[in-house]
Ligand binder design. Structure first.
Ligand code: SF4
Ligand code: SF4
Length: 87
């Protein structure tokens, strides 16, 4: 049972791919983005978080080794502590 898992802050992530390359378990994938993005040109404040290339974790294969946190130049990956279930 994992105690923590890595998560990405997409406000910081530049999708450089260094975390994808370093992961020993191949547990970080680039997702195909099939968003149409038509809304972006109408958003006055440009706050719509639509990116052409988004990453996602395969938590089944992630061993929580921390390599992706260490390599990220933007410090965009952090740990999420999984709440322990009380019996
Ligand atoms: S290494 Fe950091 S900035 Fe680069 S793709 Fe991964 S999370 Fe994003
Ligand atoms: S913590 Fe380790 S195994 Fe999990 S996604 Fe990051 S580099 Fe891969």
């Amino acid at each position: 049972m994992k105690e923590k898992i890595p998560v990405i802050d997409f406000a910081k992530c530049t999708t450089c791919g260094k975390c994808v390359d370093i992961c020993p378990e191949k547990a970080i994938h680039r997702a195909q983005n099939d968003s149409c993005a038509r809304c972006i040109k109408y958003c006055i404040s440009l706050t719509i978080p639509c990116k052409p290339d988004i990453l996602h974790f395969d938590y089944e294969n992630c061993t929580s080794c921390g390599d992706c946190l260490s390599v990220c130049p933007e410090k965009a990956i952090h740990w999420y502590a999984i709440p322990v279930e009380k019996k």
